[in-house]
Design a protein around this ligand. Structure first.
Ligand code: GLN
Length: 277
């Protein structure tokens, strides 16, 4: 079957997709092992129909396109993804952009807690050249993905395989960032198939009230941040006042940032700069 026919066939088959043309094109390129150029220049190139239909079936049954492709985009960079990590969300770019703006060219150490694919820490280290990056995750599978992504983008990082509820990396940092699991346990089953059946629940489940990780991080961060250090957390759109409340028990200087859709998305806090007397 040639590209042109294959594209039409998959486009019609993907009835559950919001964007069947785009997705069909991606799957055809993957099945054919071809890039954008071949796709445009050689519409008569042969594509293996069985292989293509197997990919299309996976997509039609709800597997996210990014897992099938093995790649997702975040902050205009390509990240490897698989079932061990959440697919980077465009909402999370609010957090990355905030950090990039705050850090600029400054030399600083950044700890990304629950790094997953590493998309937050790595994009910050990519755009801010003087960052020393540290990434922690409870999942060994996730750390492998984060390592592959750090290598892909030429970023040196220190990796910690740990449960942040029990331990914490040694030393102090200038920035602590996290997009922790924040979905309430009872809400997970109500999420769309793509999320609940394919994405890792360890990366989503924030406990009965969704706040388990914020409580822990807010309590530990003051001791793990250098003077003037910054804590920045992604939150769910309806968690602004609760998380700000938790963080303000430990920090006097804190606030909320909204995403492009106008929803609360980031809580930040700063440790005071201690002046020597
Ligand atoms: N924003 C993600 C979602 O909507 C949740 C990410 C998280 O729990 N950190 O599924």
């Amino acid at each position: 079957m040639v590209i042109r026919q294959a594209l039409n066939m998959v486009r019609e088959y993907l009835t559950a997709s919001d964007n069947p043309m785009f997705e069909a094109k991606q799957l055809v390129m993957l099945a054919g092992g071809i890039g954008q150029m071949d796709f445009i220049l050689h519409p008569d190139m042969e594509i293996d129909e069985d292989e293509l239909m197997e990919l299309a079936r996976r997509r039609q049954s709800g597997e996210p396109l990014q897992y099938i492709m093995g790649e997702a985009e975040f902050m205009s960079l390509g990240f490897k993804v698989n079932e061990n990590v959440l697919i980077p969300r465009s909402d999370t770019e609010t957090l990355a952009e905030y950090l990039i703006e705050q850090i600029g060219d400054r030399e600083c150490s950044v700890l990304d807690i629950g790094a997953g694919s590493g998309c937050i820490g790595i994009s910050v280290a990519h755009y801010c050249k003087n960052v020393r990056l540290h990434m922690a995750d409870i999942s060994e599978g996730a750390l492998e993905v984060a390592k592959a992504n750090a290598k892909k983008h030429g970023i040196n990082a220190v990796f910690y395989h740990m449960d942040i509820m029990k331990g914490f990396p040694e030393g102090k940092f200038d920035v602590i960032v996290s997009n922790p699991p924040y979905i309430r346990t009872d809400v997970i089953e109500t999420l769309q198939t793509e999320v609940k059946d394919y994405e890792p629940h360890t990366a989503l489940d924030g406990g009965a009230d969704g706040l388990r990780f914020y409580r822990r991080i807010a309590q530990i961060a003051p001791m793990k941040l250098n003077n003037g250090g910054l804590l920045a957390l992604e939150i769910g759109y309806d968690q602004g006042s609760e998380v700000l409340g938790l963080v303000s028990e430990h920090f006097s200087d804190c606030g909320l940032i909204r995403d492009l859709a106008g929803a609360d998305r980031v809580v930040f806090a700063r440790r005071p700069i201690q002046l020597c007397v």
